[in-house]
Design a protein around this ligand. Structure first.
Ligand SMILES: [Zn+2]
Length: 418
């Protein structure tokens, strides 16, 4: 493919010295390095995938990096978000990443967008960049980045990770399919867990993020065969790399129409999930989906503790996964049904393939107040919506706000948090 960057940046003698290992490869050479210098890349997210992306792209000599993130660095990030360190805990991720990038390569120009990427600001933020790289792990942002890239005619270097598996592709509607050609509709809310729910091997974003960086460099310099029209599936446990073909869908609702007619929509509503774990929309979206206009009743950890202490007989349902039970649990737990098991059972019941009485759902009584909890309160909200769909009384289903983390924060500070 032709290089997508046609300007050639000027290299100083210091830069020529720095990039010597690139310059001696004929495929890249002075020409490729000067294209990198003239290039601009937007990284959506400076977390798991964004960390190796920013580190390697800065080191490789990309002239300008845009960073989009509004999160702050937390201790739980450090298991995989290697651009951040202990000294950055509590600082903004953008500031933390920018500091590290400039330490690696002071020649990089950094643009900071410390805001959530939304349908309102996406076109303006993406427009100035040659390549867009999606380093987020949620469906609303993934569809938003895809649609905005199609609209603007930009390549979208896509990566995703979960547990021990990763995916990589380049969606570039001018030359091949877009993300929507492959996934026209988002998965049902709650079916695909996020990394916060399902976990992720800390090394995995390193593997996929560095491959995304490689694809970006290839697009900019025109070397090799980019992953357009193909998707790589990586399984770390099997050590298998499988490449599948992705075809352009001529009736794709996004890249099948003229680019200037692509409209950005409300992606949180489209996907039925919030764009971010900490999004204030989390509660609102959860409350609105499945046609239920009633907000989900909430109970705080402290209120629950008081009610339990006063001898109330409450049904306390833990919907976390077995690995999490082993880390820490509430003593007052009445039943445990992991969310994936519960959702699968609900699907089968709704499809009429199995009777509710023959599933783990039979454990949940209909005549008692049910307190549902998970780690942070997000999965338990999803579960409550599903139980409502199955005809459980919405007034009897109560979400423990803040999950077991709230309990650790407000009731028992000696508990471990994860
Ligand atoms: Zn498409």
């Amino acid at each position: 493919m032709q290089p997508i960057v046609n300007q050639l940046g000027a290299l100083t003698n210091d830069e020529i010295h720095r990039y010597g290992r690139h310059l001696i490869m004929p495929e890249l050479g002075m020409d490729g390095q000067r294209r990198l210098k003239a290039s601009s890349i937007l990284l959506v997210g400076t977390g798991g995938l964004g960390s190796p992306l920013a580190l390697y792209l800065a080191a490789a000599g990309v002239g300008r990096l845009g960073l989009v993130d509004y999160d702050i660095v937390e201790e739980t990030n450090l298991q995989r978000q290697i651009i951040h360190g202990v000294s950055s805990i509590g600082k903004s991720k953008i500031e933390s990443a920018a500091q590290r990038i400039l330490d690696i390569n002071p020649n990089v120009q950094i643009d900071k967008y410390e805001v959530p990427l939304t349908s309102e600001n996406a076109l303006e933020i993406l427009e100035p960049y040659d390549v867009i790289i999606d380093g987020t792990d949620n469906f609303p942002t993934r569809y938003l980045v895809n649609d905005a890239c199609v609209r603007l005619g930009k390549p979208n270097v896509y990566g995703s990770i979960l547990r021990f598996e990763g995916q990589l592709s380049v969606f570039y509607a001018k030359e091949g399919p877009c993300y929507r050609c492959m996934f026209p509709e988002p998965p049902p809310p709650g079916l695909v867990p996020s990394c916060a729910e399902g976990g992720v091997l800390g090394v995995l974003p390193g593997t996929i993020g560095t491959m995304q960086a490689t694809e970006a460099i290839k697009l900019i310099t025109g070397i090799g065969d980019p992953m357009i029209g193909r998707m790589l599936l990586y399984d770390a446990l099997e050590v298998s790399f499988t490449t599948i073909k992705v075809r352009k869908n001529p009736t794709c609702p996004v890249c099948g129409i003229p680019a200037d007619q692509v409209e950005l929509i409300d992606y949180e509503q489209f996907c039925g999930v919030p764009a971010h774990d900490h999004s204030p929309a989390a509660v609102a979206v959860n409350g609105l989906q499945n046609g239920a206009d009633l907000p989900i009743p909430q109970i705080t950890a402290l209120e629950l503790k008081q009610r339990l202490d006063s001898g109330e007989d409450l049904f306390v349902l833990d919907v976390r996964n077995p690995e999490e039970w082993e880390i820490v649990s509430l003593e007052s737990t009445t039943a445990r049904i992991p969310k994936p098991r519960l959702m699968l059972a609900a699907q089968e019941v709704q499809a009429g393939r199995i009777k509710l009485a023959d599933t783990p759902l039979a454990e949940i009584p209909r005549d008692r107040e049910i307190i549902v909890y998970c780690r942070s309160g997000a999965r338990s909200s999803d579960v409550i919506n599903t139980l409502r769909d199955l005809g459980y009384d919405p007034h009897k289903l109560v979400n423990m706000a803040g999950g077991i983390l709230g309990w650790a924060r407000n009731v028992d500070r000696s508990m471990p948090v994860y």
